[in-house]
Design a protein around this ligand. Structure first.
Ligand SMILES: Nc1ncnc2c1ncn2[C@@H]1O[C@H](COP(=O)(O)OP(=O)(O)OP(=O)(O)O)[C@@H](O)[C@H]1O
Ligand SMILES: [Mg+2]
Length: 365
């Protein structure tokens, strides 16, 4: 648990952080968000003493951070920042191994830990261990930054706009990975972002800051449904029920898909049955349940050939995977102009479908 009690920071005459009280429970993700210059990074950096507070007390598991050596503190607190994170003259393996080396772990233990972490972040060690920063994409570098922060298994992670430099699509992938890792490791995380959707997706609690103060600190649902004042209301904007969709995954809204096997010899008869039962379309899969397209059973030429309404789809552009947020599902539906979206697994097998109606149901709940 991290507790900030009446914490302030003065830079000359500027009060960058002003009497902040904040408690972050063990295993929770606290997201700090607010306009540029409102004191988010300063708040974060005071926790591991990269910046010393001017007033107030910071307790980490009940112990004042001021009585602990900054070097030691930084080994039990992982730190991830945008872009600058990795050392350009070290390869990926050595970058991840920095803190374990400082802690004088044995070589074998370090190597095993690096392999374990690369597996966790989904980068193949055979391909990536020997690469340098300039040989990595922004998203890969960011993943390695996360792996490095996790290396010595610190109970606390501080993340300052860790995905800020990554393009929007890559950012969604990193957010989903972060959630998957966090569900497994349950670190206590303080996460700074500018991106409200990111805050809503990742946070257990959101702290909205302005001029060095915390204006509201609550679970995302409450921030959206009951903004504390007009500043928060303006900050979260008007489409609040849509924003709530970032809290839900495709997996939570999807239903059993209706599909036919296009390799089935009895396909035409099966389609006839679906039409008689009142269906308007079915998904088309092969014998391995891999998705290929859809069939419009209300097609005008259905009676002469039930397969008249078959359309192939570009699966990567249309289908989603279960870890997509419902907000991304909705924007894909709107972008593609479709009212039903297929959900596939990693092998491309159809495992569910989501309709606009399913999304409405969740957003109204
Ligand atoms: N080392 C410093 N010396 C003087 N003033 C500073 C210093 N660091 C930060 N400040 C000031 O303190 C205030 C808060 O800065 P901080 O970096 O915490 O903002 P932030 O919320 O992280 O902003 P951003 O979203 O732009 O990263 C700003 O007014 C900034 O100019
Ligand atoms: Mg900042």
């Amino acid at each position: 648990m991290i507790q900030l009690q009446q914490v302030s920071k003065l830079f000359g005459d500027i009060k960058a952080v002003d009497s902040v009280n904040l408690t972050i429970q063990q295993g929770e993700v606290c997201v700090l968000i607010g306009p540029s210059g409102c004191g988010k990074s300063t708040t974060l950096k005071m926790i591991n003493r990269m910046i010393e507070q001017s007033e107030g007390t910071i307790l980490i598991n009940g112990r004042e951070n001021r009585v602990q050596k900054p070097e030691l503190l930084r080994r039990t607190i992982g730190y991830v920042i945008q872009s600058i994170g990795l050392f350009p003259h070290m390869n990926v393996h050595d970058n991840i191994a920095v803190v374990p080396r400082l802690m004088k772990w044995e070589r074998n233990r370090i190597d095993n830990r690096v392999l374990e972490l690369m597996d966790l972040i989904g980068l193949d060690p055979a391909l990536y261990s020997r690469k340098y920063l300039h040989e990595l994409s922004g998203g890969e570098a960011q993943r390695i930054g996360v792996a490095r922060a996790l290396a010595a298994d610190p109970p606390i992670l501080l993340m300052d706009e860790p995905f800020g430099a990554v393009d929007p699509l890559g950012r969604l992938v990193l957010q989903n990975e972060f959630l998957a890792i966090q569900r497994q490791l349950k670190k206590t995380v303080v996460f700074v972002t500018h991106d409200l959707d990111e805050a809503i997706r990742l946070a257990d609690r959101i702290a909205i800051m302005k001029d060095g103060r915390i204006i509201q600190y609550d679970i995302p649902e409450t921030i959206l449904s009951s903004p504390a004042n007009s500043f928060v209301r303006d900050f979260v904007g008007s489409d609040r029920s849509l924003k709530k969709l970032a809290r839900y995954d495709a997996a939570q809204a999807m239903k059993e898909p209706t599909a036919v096997n296009i390799e089935d010899e009895a396909l035409r008869g099966i389609l006839q049955d679906f039409k008689e039962k009142g269906y308007s379309f079915v998904w088309a899969v092969d014998s391995g349940y891999r998705l290929h397209g859809w069939i419009d059973v209300k097609h005008p030429l259905f009676s002469s050939d039930p397969l008249s309404g078959y359309s192939e789809i570009s699966v990567p552009d249309v289908a989603v995977t279960p870890e997509y947020s419902l907000k991304s599902v909705l924007s894909r539906m709107l972008g593609q102009g479709i009212k039903n979206i297929p959900v596939i697994d990693k092998e491309g097998k159809l495992i569910g479908e989501i309709s606009l109606h399913d999304i409405e149901r969740v957003s109204e709940s």
